[in-house]
Design a protein around this ligand. Structure first.
Ligand SMILES: Cc1cc2nc3c(=O)[nH]c(=O)nc-3n(C[C@H](O)[C@H](O)[C@H](O)COP(=O)(O)OP(=O)(O)OC[C@H]3O[C@@H](n4cnc5c(N)ncnc54)[C@H](O)[C@@H]3O)c2cc1C
Length: 332
């Protein structure tokens, strides 16, 4: 994909580098998105880089909004029937084709028009300088990661942890009732029923991890997404930036570790990650759900048990709700 239009948000130290690089390039339409005082300042004084003054074209968020609105209207979609229509009705054709289409097809291995519309509703559309994925006021990852939280939660008398052991191995052909009165099952619902109605589809991720010795900073951010189909992976994670590039004691780390994420269809032996909520799978899941209702004393939960895309916070919230329902204890 050849990039023909670039809009820059933020003409600070990093932004100035792009102004320097992109200004005057042939076959590229380049603008800086700014408003208010900063727009006025760039218009009158320009941006001085290495003693040369640049006068980039300025566009305001209002102008961007108007362009998107025009494109949305042009699509004339009132009731989106699939992900493609949902995206076009949310952000118009330019952003859909440049940012959403190829990335989504890479992530799900399916055409956007064959995916349900609700997947794209999770994407926030904003016209302000907030590039967070989520809208929550407080966002972050626990210091030291999730592992230590789970280790502490499980370090309680009466909790017996069996690692590297499948549910089948634990029950060994007998009933779970030999071990417990009630079972909370967060594995794949189709696997629980031995796939008797057919197999549900899942997407999974192949991680390619590299240790880059002597590279202190690879990409300057924990996650960089690659939207184009030309790049085979969906994103690169640079783990150290989750902890602000410091170890748990606050020391700098001289090397870095990156993981490239390749999205693929789940196959035997993979870890199932994401449910595929297209028509076939949604129907099949409903049938499994009917079977699950007849399964006394088994609670199916989590993303695999409920065959539902869950982010971490809603997933924990659902677990709290379950505890409240089952044993009447409020977790928060
Ligand atoms: C690649 C990736 C990135 C993500 N990034 C984010 C993010 O940035 N922000 C966010 O909010 N959420 C993110 N999520 C979502 C988040 O990880 C999930 O919402 C959460 O982990 C779901 O919890 P769970 O207990 O349902 O499933 P899991 O955490 O997957 O736990 C299920 C466990 O059951 C085990 N299991 C399955 N079947 C069996 C069996 N038959 N026998 C024994 N054990 C079994 C599995 O091995 C697994 O350990 C991401 C998910 C993935 C896959």
């Amino acid at each position: 994909m050849q990039i023909k239009n670039v809009a820059l948000i933020g003409a600070g130290a990093v932004g100035a580098y792009f102004i320097y690089g992109f200004s005057g390039l042939e076959n590229l339409s380049f603008c800086v998105v700014a408003e208010g005082e900063s727009a006025e300042k760039i218009k009158t004084d320009g941006v001085i880089i290495n003693e040369k003054t640049y006068h980039p074209v300025i566009k305001t968020p209002e102008e961007a909004k108007a362009i998107i609105e025009k494109q949305r209207q042009a699509e004339g979609i009132s009731e989106p029937k699939n992900l493609e229509e949902q995206a076009l009705s949310l952000v118009g054709r330019d952003i859909y084709e440049k940012l959403i289409k190829e990335y989504t097809q890479k992530q799900w291995g399916r055409e956007c028009k064959d995916l349900p519309s609700f997947i794209i509703k999770r994407l926030p559309v904003r016209f302000i300088y907030d590039n967070n994925y989520f809208n929550d006021i407080y966002q972050g990852i626990p210091i030291g990661g999730y592992t230590q939280i789970f280790e502490k939660l499980l370090d309680v008398d009466g909790i017996d942890v069996k690692l590297g052991t499948s549910f089948d191995e634990i029950v060994a052909g007998a009933s779970f009732k030999d071990i417990a009165d009630k079972l909370i099952y967060t594995g794949a619902i189709d696997e629980y029923f031995n796939f008797k109605l057919g197999k549900l589809d899942y997407r999974t991720v192949k991680f390619e991890t590299e240790v880059l010795e002597g590279v202190e900073n690879y990409q300057g951010n924990a996650v960089v997404n690659f939207t184009s189909a030309d790049v085979p992976y969906t994103r690169i994670i640079e783990h150290k930036h989750f902890e602000f590039a410091k170890d748990v004691h606050g020391n700098s780390i001289k090397d870095t570790i990156i993981s490239k994420e390749y999205s693929k269809e789940f196959e035997e032996g993979d870890e199932p990650y994401y449910p595929v909520n297209d028509d076939r799978n949604s129907q099949l899941f409903k049938s499994y759900e009917d079977l699950a209702k007849q399964e006394n004393d088994v609670i199916f939960a989590g993303r695999l048990g409920a065959y539902k895309y869950y982010d971490m916070a809603p997933c924990i919230e659902a677990a709290f709700e379950l505890v409240k329902q089952e044993i009447g204890v409020e977790c928060i």
